[in-house]
Unconditional design. Sequence first.
Length: 271
Amino acid sequence: MGTPANLRVIVLANQKGGVGKTTTAINLGTALAAIGEKVLIIDLDPQGNASTGLGIDRQSRKVSTYDVMVGEKGLLEVSRPTSVPRLFVAPSTLDLLGVELEIAADKDRAHRMKNAIRDFALATEGTDDPFTYVLFDCPPSLNLLTVNALVASDSVLVPLQCEFFALEGLSQLLSTIDQVKRALNPELAIHGVVLTMFDPRNNLATQVVADVRKFMGDKVYDTIIPRNVRISEAPSHGKPVLLYDLKCAGSQAYLKLASEVIQRERRLRAA
Ligand code: ADP
Ligand code: MG
């Protein structure tokens, strides 16, 4: 059984680090919230960059996604508001590093997040203002944390950096998604691939865009996220780039991506 009708659960996954997963989680989440969605970002990376980037400092993280993974707390209990109206975050802590070993022997180890999402959806569905999107931010690895997010999600959004080895990593990710689909989550779909950190002055980047479009066809979003210094500055202020500098090219690109994501959702739902 998938998640309840009103809630869309999307995982941002790529086993490579530094490709823009966290940046996309924060800023796509913010953009979705800005256009009226109610969004929860679930930070499943022990590094906790999404939590920090949303202004949740480490000392204040008394409960976290670790407690959810070990079954001590529900998502609603660990979720916190951010400075963006309608955007919430379930923060992570370094405790997550040990979780894989802690639950390795448990039968439901790959389903912890799926169960948590089900309870979360049940608890919020009936309210006047239910959540409409959950975004998972994953660690740069195809480990049990990422598998939990893949099992709990309706679809995968793949941030791909415009660099030479982009396609190589993509094949590996696609085969993992396929394995999860076959063994654990038959409903899992690929929402799309978003090209990140695009620099038009770099000929190679332009070639990578063409190659990825050839390989993935219309799975690639029209929106391309440019390399933009404002995007990289924003997290140190504990803010999404949309709050830091709404007018910059990076903010505008994430707003465009959000409307594209919503359009695709409508099409997926109609299908
Ligand atoms: P991941 O979560 O995949 O490891 P991040 O989102 O943390 O990747 O991005 C890696 C680094 O690149 C961060 O320092 C981030 O601020 C920077 N970055 C991400 N996207 C952009 C962009 N479009 N322009 C400039 N810097 C970016
Ligand atoms: Mg990250």
